[in-house]
Design a protein around this ligand. Structure first.
Ligand code: NAP
Length: 252
């Protein structure tokens, strides 16, 4: 099998939430495979990530857009995408709100749905329109094990991530005939800011680790290979798939 199958040389990838965690690791993985990067952050301050991307010999551009209010973000995103043909879109930005369902305010519910679901639809539509015109493109949504399970004390997150799985399949059905592949990655328990609270609870951390057949939490870099696969020609006949990368959690 040729390495060219996985090469992203000459492609431009936009990754949301690229400052930290999985978004940063995926952006660096795509850069290592040759992609130029548009790094979207809540603000334009992405720290050292742009330089870390450029160290792979590719271009890095920064876009500061707060996705918490997707309606307000629409015009800036439309303008930004009009100037840049995006070959690969990674909808990674996400937040989590941990609270008993009976106590979750409507504002917190909407906040999680706004970042984790509405922005995925908005960006997929904006980038997808151009991909459909060109007859090619890759969209990768970052789903979750909570695209399949309900979790504990994270009802808005679980609802949003189930919806991300559904949206992935809905878009794939419409866009596959036009050369645009829409897929998702469902990370398991990964060592990032998103899971700090779980790891701070010694008992919960041990329970989680004990259920993972690989015997360890995932690192953000564990997601890079799946992202390169779904961004590259190697996945041209993969449509509407949610690829679990979880050290075996779901198999157990
Ligand atoms: P993380 O380090 O907290 O990363 C989340 C990223 O999203 C940050 O870069 C953050 O930017 C960005 N973001 C948050 N709110 C935003 C907004 N309003 N506008 C633009 N960007 C915003 O956690 P992570 O684990 O890497 O999360 C990345 C994705 O993986 C999320 O969709 C998460 O649900 C998913 N996921 C994580 C795990 C896990 O175990 N860690 C498991 C399954 C799925 P700022 O830092 O600037 O706010």
């Amino acid at each position: 099998m040729s390495a060219a199958l996985f090469s992203l040389r000459g492609r431009t990838a936009l990754v949301t939430g690229a400052r930290t965690g999985i978004g940063r690791a995926v952006a660096l993985g795509l850069a290592a495979a040759g992609a130029d990067l548009v790094l979207l952050g809540r603000t334009a301050d992405l720290g050292e990530v742009p330089d870390q991307v450029r160290a792979h010999g590719v271009a890095a551009e920064v876009l500061g857009v707060d996705l918490a209010d997707p309606a307000a973000a629409e015009e800036p995103l439309r303008a930004a995408l009009a100037e840049r043909p995006i070959d690969v879109l990674v909808n990674n930005a996400g937040i989590i709100h941990r609270e008993a369902a009976a106590d979750v305010s409507y504002a917190d519910w909407r906040r999680v749905l706004g970042v984790n679901l509405d922005s995925v639809f908005l960006l997929s539509r904006l980038a997808g329109q151009r991909m459909l015109d060109r007859g090619s493109g890759k969209i990768i949504n970052i789903a979750s094990l909570l695209s399949f399970q309900g979790g504990l004390r994270v009802p808005a997150y679980a609802a949003a991530k189930h919806a991300v799985g559904g949206l992935t399949k809905a878009l794939a059905n419409e866009w596959a005939p036009h050369g645009v592949q829409v897929n998702a990655i469902a990370p398991g328990y990964i060592r990032t800011g998103n899971t700090d609270a779980l790891r701070a609870d010694g008992q919960r951390e041990a329970e989680i680790r004990a259920r993972i057949p690989a015997g360890r939490w995932g690192e953000p870099e564990d997601l890079a290979g799946a992202a390169v696969f779904l961004a590259s020609a190697a996945s041209d006949y993969v449509n509407g798939h949610v690829l679990v990368v979880d050290g075996g959690w779901m198999a157990r």
